[in-house]
Design a protein around this ligand. Sequence first.
Ligand SMILES: Cc1cc2nc3c(=O)[nH]c(=O)nc-3n(C[C@H](O)[C@H](O)[C@H](O)COP(=O)(O)O)c2cc1C
Length: 414
Amino acid sequence: MQSTAGSSGSRNDNLSGKRIILGISGGIAAYKAAYIASALTQRGADVHVVLTQHGLMFVGPATFWGITRNPVITGLFDQSADAEIKHVSLSESADLLLIAPATANIIGKLANGIADDMLTTMALVVRCPIVIAPAMNANMYSNPIVVTNIERLRQRGCVIIDPEEGHLACGSEGRGRLADPDKIVRVVEEILLGVTRDYAGLTVVVTAGPTQEPIDPVRFISNRSSGKMGYAIAECAARRGARVILVSGPTDLEVPNGVEIVKVRTAREMFEAVDKVANSADVLICAAAPADFVPAEASSEKIKKGSRLTLELDQAVDILGEVGKRKGRTILVGFAAETSDLERNAEEKLVAKNLDLIVANDVSQGNDVFGSDTNEVTLISRTGDLIRWPRMSKREVAEGILNYVRDHFLEARS
Ligand SMILES: Cc1cc2nc3c(=O)[nH]c(=O)nc-3n(C[C@H](O)[C@H](O)[C@H](O)COP(=O)(O)O)c2cc1C
């Protein structure tokens, strides 16, 4: 959590007129909900807090009444005699239901339609977006039943703000720590301020990063790809509502929120991972830089130092070519990194690999692409478009590619 002088502490009433129900369940991270309630209230939102009975063991209603100036709901039967049926009236008028922190218990109940307290009852009544920020012990979070429940909620359209890795209150390290409260506020803002969810219901598979091809147990051949372009695409597609599967070679990048990650090392592993999911993809965007050549044989022993070593290299599996051969209805987008004759080479690759769209970038010396946060690309489409974009952030390039695919292929397909 950042200080209140950070982004969420600024005076900015962009959420004015928005009614948010903030559900708080019984986990240690409940204290962070005070910061979230405050940040949303400062942005002008009308925040109504619902505390579960176990949530009450961690934080008190006075804090939230003080922050939001609204009565705090703590039980299904706690309304006064003349009150409306609150769980219905409040739920029907809500613009968003945020549950932060969400315990394994509340997630299990939500995923199975159980409504035995005020919060879970309201969750069944609301027609607004539901945002869930899980927080729990790492073993609980990786328990298959919890994984299934979260997946079920995701598939039903709930926005899940994945927990982070780090120190957990139980004393251990691992994934399960409530996502940064500033990030939670940001996601709520994005949803309420109408970020387009034009990829909802679609599956987007993205490849990213380099591959590592072993020479021996300690050495490998790789390249300078950072993975930033593919990760930016994955992040944007997930934010726009897609189910995103990111097949990633080794990188140091953080997995974007809501993205399913498949980590691979070699080009062969990347091909196998892509092949498994390619059929289910509406859009497959190959932004990775897998090896073109791999050592013909990897030594099982560390190769001893010597005056000279000759490596024999084989051609690596052609991932784009293989998926292009059997792509069916999947919209296939490739990248071409070229050092000369950019557009001609990219056009040839578009045809040879049966792509729908190719994003060409000039990686010749002095053109800072690898590892950079910006990119200058040319889009060439099988429909004949050739569009040169100026240098932009990789995020803007990602949004632009998704816009192009939506406008030229997805809309035509439906
Ligand atoms: C000290 C303490 C900390 C807890 N922290 C968590 C937590 O972070 N996440 C979680 O899922 N459950 C946690 N639990 C367990 C929940 O409180 C328990 O499952 C409870 O039934 C949740 O109720 P609720 O979901 O209705 O709020 C904790 C329990 C205790 C005693």
